[in-house]
Structure formats: structure tokens, C-alpha cells
Design a protein around this ligand. Sequence first.
Ligand code: PLP
Length: 496
Amino acid sequence: MKALEPTLYDKSVPDRKGITLPELDVPLSEMDAALLRDDLALPELGELQVVRHFTRLSQLNHAIDLDLYPLGSCTMKYNPRLNEDVARLPGLAALHPLTDDEGSQGALALMFQLQDWLAELSGMTAVSLQPAAGAQGELAGILMIRAYHQQRGDTQRDIVLVPNSAHGTNPATVTMAGYRAVELPSDENGDVDLNALRAACNDQVAGMMITVPSTLGLFEAHVLEVVEAVHNCGGLMYMDGANMNALMGVVKPAELGFDVMHYNLHKTMSTPHGGGGPGSGPVAVNEKLAPFLPGPIVVVDEGADEDEEAPRYSLQMPEHSIGRLKAFHGNFGMHIRAFAYMSIYGASGLHEVSKHAVLNANYIRANLADTYLIPYPRMCAHECVISGQIRGAEEVHALDISKRLMDYGFHPPTNYFPLIVPEALMIEPTESEDKATLDRFIDAMKEIAREAREEPDLLLTAPHRMPVKRLDEVKAAKELVLCCKPALPPSAAAGN
Ligand SMILES: *Cc1c(COP(=O)(O)O)cnc(C)c1O
């Protein structure tokens, strides 16, 4: 395939330099020749060429800083710049992770406060900030459930129930934790089929993982009955809290009866994600599971001097901890950003965030209802799922709509997920967007539906205005090219 952009190697000019080193002010010392190699083919460029190269590359991608990014389930909300300023404060950014508790009281205070806020928001007893992502939080949660049953000698339990409206990571987590995932069907309203659930509940069940709101963007109507059924057979309830953007200040998972949940700070709390950057997936648990939390967690030192003004914090491993999941303290930079976000919004602000996220999703759903099929036409939570099957344009698929949306300057919604909706398009605008942006998106979706009927080729061959045209998706996934390989000088190539 022809490269889209010339690489830095293509642009390299022999002997061009990016920097000029100052005059040597120490004696020149000979280097051991064995430590030097001449096969290191580095591109030779000036600083300006490098800046332009990477700036141009960055412009080839869509980003939340450019326009709407309604990728359902991913909560691509605006990342406030204030978070970045706070995360760069030298006292936090330059703190060495091996600094002892005494020397890192400020950082520990921040983590303690964040643990406390996340506990408050969920109604849970204790929180660990260790997990590096939502999926790792899930694994922590199921490992805690397993440790809980094992400690009680309840070792015959080997099943975890997972509704078919769950996120794909849920059954994967169950398998990784050594359990068998048993799938539950949804009823005609998109809720868990209660009869199927009751039939599946027995003393083999270790617990259930449920995504609330579900990947259909729906709040489980019978959530209390679901929790009760599983508890009655001795199982524990895991809530996948990646969709907490719909629930802040609205509902506390612990009050619904959940035993454990995870947050995605890189979704709900606006810490950046995408590009494989670090995430953070804290787990929150009730009293039953608190002794099993992954650690270390931050605690207030008991018995500290009563006269001291500030509490003293230290790191502690919970009594029956499932262990460590991450080096040092988890992704501390993300804790800082989430802390900044939560501080600025406060309790009432976070509640407003959720209300606006739900309002925005319902605004889109209501405005697209006469153009697109909405498989579950009821009030949605923070995202809505529509079908990409357009009447009168049978050859057009959800993927074609998504590709065409790129020509309109929008990132596509999530495609073909959840699996239980044929041709699913899952749209999550987040609270960050104003009405004018939502209206532009709705207009584009309506225009695309018209194009689908009148000029379907426009969709079938889209995108037309992107740097890369329609890709062979299978080939792109199977023959992933992630880095450019320099052409090595002949001497080095011969040596290999
Ligand atoms: C994003 C997401 C996950 C996984 O979170 P990661 O941080 O990507 O590992 C799990 N469940 C749901 C519902 C999600 O949206």
C-alpha cells in the first residue's frame, strides 16, 4: 500500500541536524567502539520539519477537540484543560513513586479524597484506585467475588450470569477469572428476562455482572428484582459502572443492592482516553468485599497525634487483598485529573452533568425517531441505540452511514454493538455538546437517510473527504501496520 504521508525517513536529508550542541567544555574522551553502532538508521531532520510532520499527522485524526465524537459506551466528553494544568503541577507531576508516605502526604491526601468521593457517589464502603482500566476493574471485582466465596468454603460456585445486553468485556472478565459465563436473554423491552434469570439461579451461581444502564442505553427496569434473585441464591452482584455518566447523583448502585462496581475515570470523570493512553478503573465495594480490595489503598493513620491539624495518610494492603494489579499507585496522573474534575463540579455539578448527558441523548433519539428505526422506543439514558436499516435503501448498512458521517465532519457512533440489535448504531453525545452541535448532527443523519434512498452509491463508497478512503476492514485488522520501518543501510542488513 502506498503510504498516506511521507515518513520521517522519506524526509530525511543526510547530515541535517535538529540541534547544535554547545562547544565542548570538557576533555573529549574516547568511546569504546563496541558501544557504538553505525546501523542505527535515524532520520536526519531539522526541528521545524519534525514539528510540521507530527502536526500534520495529528490533523489526519478526528478528536473531541475538533467536533462531536458520539462513540457510544465510550463517553468521549470534553477533557477540561484545567485538569491538565493541575496534573502538571511540579509537586504532583515530579513526585517519585517510591517517595515514602511521609514525603508524599499531598498526593496521598488527593487519592484518599478521590477514594472517598467515589465511595460517596456509589454508596459503597471502600474504593481502590489500583485498576488501570475498566476491564481491569471488572477482573478485580470478579476476583474479589471469588475470594469471598472461597473464604466461606462455598467452592462449588463456578458460574457468573451475564445478560446479552452486557458490554463484551463482561463475559471475557468472567472467563479470565476462571468462571463460566452463562448468557441471559433480554425481554422485548430490552431488560433482563426475569423468568430466564430465576431459572438460572442456583447454588452454582457465584454472581452476576450487569451493565447499568445497559449497552442498549436503557436503565434496567427490574433492577431490584434482578439483584434480589441473585442474592437469594447466594450470588453477589457486580455492576459495570462504565456508564455512570447517566447516574451521578441520580442513583447509588449500593442502594440498589450491588456489592461491587467499577468506574471508568477516563469516561465519567473526563480524564482523556483514546490512542491507548492510560485509563483508570477504580473499584468500589460494600462491607462484604472491602477486605478483598486490590491494594494498596490510602487510609488515615489511626492513633495519630490528636493535636495535629492535618490527618496523616498511609498506604495499606487490605486484610485479604486479592493483591496488586498495577505498579505503584495505579495511574496517578488520571487520579489527579479526576480529582480536579470532581472538585470543580462538586456534588450538584456532577448531578447536572448526568442530567444533561441523558437530556442530550434523548434529544437525539426523539429527533431521529421519524427517520430511523428505534428498536426500544422508550426513554433512554446517556446514549441511544438506533438501527441503520433504512426503509427504501436495503443495500445500505450501518457501516455505510458511519463512513458517510465522516464526510460531514463527525466521528461515527459505535457500530454493530450491542450485538442484539441488527445494524446497531449506538450514539452517545455526552453532556459536553450544545444544542447547535446536536442539531447539526441530527441534520446530517437525516440528510444521510435521504442520500441512502436517492443516491446510495454516495454512502456505499464513502468516505469521500477523508485522507484515507474506504478501507478493507478485514485486511486493515489482520495486517496492522503500526510503525514505519526504516530502510537499513546495506552493511547492517547484510549483518542480520
Ligand atoms: C468502556 C467499557 C468497559 C471497558 O472499559 P476499558 O476502560 O475500556 O477497559 C466496560 N464496560 C462498559 C459498559 C464500557 O463502556
